[in-house]
Design a protein around this ligand. Structure first.
Ligand SMILES: [Zn+2]
Length: 68
């Protein structure tokens, strides 16, 4: 059994009042930001993530250990 660190972020971590239960996990921060951007576009009608929000997203990213 091996463990692997993953980056994890929930929509609620960035927008607690948003009521969106979306959660994402990725191996790298870059990959995670990409998934967040796709979600923001599809679910929140954000064509691109404003710089201010990107900073909030990065601050809210947690590293979790996943057993693979
Ligand atoms: Zn969301």
């Amino acid at each position: 059994m091996a463990t692997k660190p993953y980056k994890q972020l929930g929509c609620l971590d960035v927008q607690p009042a948003g009521g969106c239960g979306f959660q994402v996990r990725a191996e790298t921060e870059a990959e995670l930001m990409q998934l967040v951007a796709t979600h923001a576009k599809q679910c929140h009608k954000l064509e691109s993530i404003p710089q201010e929000m990107a900073a909030q997203v990065k601050a809210a990213i947690k590293t979790v250990t996943v057993t693979v």
